[in-house]
Design a protein around this ligand. Structure first.
Ligand code: HEM
Length: 412
């Protein structure tokens, strides 16, 4: 059943009870609905595909909090825990619009071009093989595939690319998980953000002192500032690292975990995959639709009144994209939206976003998944869940669609 507040507005909980059921009920409220978020904060949400696509690409709906009336008048403050997912500073590409956004994207996103990413293949294969080796010892016992593998490889890849020490990965992962958690105390995220900011400030200072000897992406970012006046400032490099390391591991971890989960729950698809009747690309794209790594993406703000699907988002109001609900759109994907069908012939998911902020990391995470998933199933062809699927618990966070743990037996 749909839970509504006293004004009849659907409530989005910080701790989702049933992710799949929530998607369907929110889809039913769409294409555009008001929602109440934890802490009583009000916003709009697009929960259908076309409304999401149109609003993500509408220049009247912007990312800068300067246009958010509730934030400007103090109704919502920096202490609100979900502010962890809404950058407020003008050094973060996720908070910028127009030319300032284009500048930062051009200066930071070039490492992710399909051509440069393809060259990373041998490095990703090497890392994957190494982490697979570490799984051998406990292969006959139940173990958490998330902390033991699907977290490690994407974190290893992004860490290696940006030159971050391997001994920092677990600690970094924990800090990010806490930052984006829906259950932190008001203001706690500010402290965690401060610690992450300091961590990357130290990384940048170390690299800058030895710039000639560094050949990672962090050094490339710093060189833009050395070579040109319009290059990146040190703070912009710090914030870029903070963003890219967050975006570069968590979502890919979810994609990998959700793909393995979907395959374990659909042995018939695994069989088709073995026989070459379904491709890994199909499995990856259908996982992005069926169980998208981001459930919710916050916020765009209306710079003027904007009509969407017959309703008006007033100037100054906030709008979120409910990716999870939009994946249940019959008009886009057909009537069988609840079925995991890699051979689906209809629809194109927007799980990497759409419009000017579309994910620059999409080629990298597609390549990673294309390498990591087959290598995992080749090494452990009998891999199975160690607990019933119904008992798997999700992380308490509105934005990310992530399992707390993913217990499997690799060699039953
Ligand atoms: C932006 C999803 C992997 C870096 C986005 C957005 C989405 C998204 C939906 C748009 C945000 C918005 O419109 O407000 C995903 C998914 C991934 C993934 C589902 C994996 C399955 C990555 C990776 C990286 C990355 C591997 C980097 C290495 C970024 C950055 C932005 C972004 C920097 C901000 C772009 C901008 O504001 O212009 N991602 N992402 N992402 N993503 Fe990803």
């Amino acid at each position: 059943p749909v839970q509504h507040n006293a004004d009849g507005i659907p409530i989005l909980h910080a701790v989702p009870e049933d992710v799949q059921a929530d998607r369907e009920r929110l889809y039913q409220e769409g294409p555009l609905t008001r929602v109440e978020l934890p802490g009583g904060v009000r916003a709009w949400a697009t929960t259908h595909h076309e409304a999401s696509r149109l609003t993500l690409n509408d220049p009247r709906l912007v990312k800068s909090v300067d246009h958010w009336a509730d934030f400007q008048d103090g109704t919502v403050t920096a202490e609100w825990p979900l502010m962890a997912t809404i950058p407020t500073d003008n050094t973060n590409m996720l908070a910028l619009d127009g030319d300032a956004h284009r500048r930062l994207r051009t200066l930071t996103a070039s490492p992710f071009s399909a051509r440069r990413v393809e060259r990373l293949r041998p490095r990703i294969e090497r890392l994957t093989a190494r982490y697979l080796d570490t799984l051998e010892e406990g292969a006959h016992e139940p173990q958490d595939l998330k902390s033991g593998f699907t977290f490690k490889v994407p974190m290893g890849v992004i860490g290696e690319l940006y030159g971050i020490g391997e001994d920092e990965y677990v600690h970094l992962g924990e800090m990010y998980a806490k930052l984006f958690s829906g259950t932190t105390e008001p203001g706690e995220h500010i402290e965690i953000y401060g610690a992450l900011f300091q961590f990357f400030t130290d990384v940048v200072a170390r690299k800058k002192a030895n710039l000639d000897e560094c050949d990672d992406f962090t050094a490339d970012l710093l060189r833009t500032g050395v070579e040109s006046e319009d290059g990146l400032s040190d703070t912009e490099v710090v914030v870029t690292l903070l963003t890219v390391v967050a975006a570069g591991h968590e979502t890919t971890v979810n994609l990998l975990t959700n793909a393995v989960r979907a395959l374990l729950n659909h042995p018939e698809q695994r069989e088709l995959l073995k026989r070459g009747e379904v491709s890994w690309e199909d499995v990856i794209e259908e996982t992005l639709r069926f169980d998208p790594p981001n459930n919710v993406m916050m916020f765009r703000f209306a710079t003027e009144d904007v009509e969407v699907a017959g309703q008006t988002i007033r100037k100054g109001e906030a709008l979120l994209t409910h990716y999870g609900a939009a994946t249940r759109d019959r008009a886009e994907f057909g009537d069988d939206v609840h079925v995991f069908d890699p051979k689906r012939s209809r629809g194109r998911h927007i799980s990497f976003g759409y419009g000017p902020h579309i994910c620059p990391g999409a080629p990298l995470s597609r390549l990673e998944s294309r390498i990591i998933l087959p290598m995992l199933f080749e090494r452990f062809p009998d891999l199975e869940l160690a607990v019933p699927d119904e008992s798997l618990e999700v992380v308490a966070a509105l934005s990310t669609n992530s399992l707390k743990e993913f217990p499997v037996v690799l060699r039953p």
